[in-house]
Design a protein. Structure first.
Length: 313
């Protein structure tokens, strides 16, 4: 666990042995994480009422009665021939855009205290894959920056998981090739790195016209700091070690610094037109998924209303 504001830049040669170990650990965990992601997505879908709308698209939605004044070309004569009324065949609104999902699976995320249900890395993977499944079901294209192109296939979640298996140290600040205006970017990390390291990256996304969503995944121990007595803290990426003679004496200052760090991160996100959501690994994965899914659904409906308003004018 790196303290907020600490310098976590890497030094020395790459730890290839550690990289291989993390790759194998992630590959072995992925089948279970995939199942958890599918369950998390299913729980959101089960509790969410669909918000389908008519509009330009290829998928049939419904028949509705023909109204006077509409062009006769809209009439579906085959359906109308069944009874004495005229009907119009409506298609479902399809305005797919791309959502880039960037889960942080670097070494610093491979942490879980006794208070947590899972490591931060595993939870980030589950949240990323479950969100991808929800978005794919809604007809959106999803991708992982630097690992995949935008995908809209039925097995998109399995394809994203396979890409993650070959990138054991993937950080969430990879450059996004093909990023377009109005694309959404969801960054899933603990965001404990020094803020300047994130500021440049997030500003580059905003300057490209992307909508930014930050999902901070924290172990509950990283907020409560439940340590006491002589305690050694080690940065998993740099190997730096810090020993506290009486760790409980650090608690108040640590929590104050952590709070200030996330207040600054929230101001940064909001200043760029984005959002920040904090999730703790002792809580169910469905909680942040429901919030994110609702936000994307609202954006989709706003796009439908705008398109209909433009068509009516």
């Amino acid at each position: 666990m790196a303290a907020p504001g600490a310098d976590t830049s890497k030094a020395g040669p790459p730890d290839w042995q550690g990289t291989v170990h993390r790759a194998r650990a992630l590959a072995s965990a992925l089948p279970d994480l995939l199942v958890e992601a599918h369950h998390a997505a299913a729980s959101i879908v089960a509790g969410w009422h669909g918000r389908r709308r008519p509009g330009p698209g290829e998928t049939f939605w419904q028949f509705r009665p023909f109204h006077d004044g509409e062009p006769a070309s809209r009439i579906d004569w085959r359906r109308s021939a069944r009874d004495e009324h005229l009907y119009v065949r409506e298609k479902e609104w399809e305005a797919a855009h791309t959502v880039w999902i960037a889960p942080d699976i670097s070494a610093s995320m491979d942490f879980a205290s006794r208070l947590a249900r899972a490591t931060k890395r595993d939870r980030a993977v589950v949240l990323g894959l479950a969100l991808a499944e929800l978005l794919a079901r809604a007809g959106e294209r999803v991708a992982i920056p630097g690992l995949t192109r935008p995908l809209a296939s039925r097995n998109v979640v399995e394809r994203l998981a396979a890409a993650l298996a070959h990138a054991p140290d993937a950080a969430p600040n990879r450059r996004i090739e093909g990023l377009r205006r109005f694309d959404d970017v969801v960054v899933i990390s603990d965001f404990l790195d020094p803020l300047p390291q994130k500021t440049e990256y997030l500003m580059s996304l905003a300057n490209a016209g992307a909508n930014i969503h930050l999902l901070a995944v924290l172990d509950p121990a990283e907020e409560t700091f439940p340590y006491g007595g002589r305690t050694e803290f080690r940065d998993p990426e740099t190997g730096t070690r810090i020993v506290a003679g009486r760790a409980e004496g650090w608690r108040d200052d640590y929590r104050r610094l952590l709070g200030a760090h996330f207040d600054a991160l929230r101001r940064l996100a909001e200043g760029l037109g984005g959002t920040l959501l904090v999730h703790h690994t002792d809580r169910p994965a469905g909680e942040p998924l429901f919030v994110l899914h609702a936000r994307f659904a609202e954006r989709r409906e706003a796009g439908v209303r705008l398109a209909h308003a433009g068509a009516a004018s």
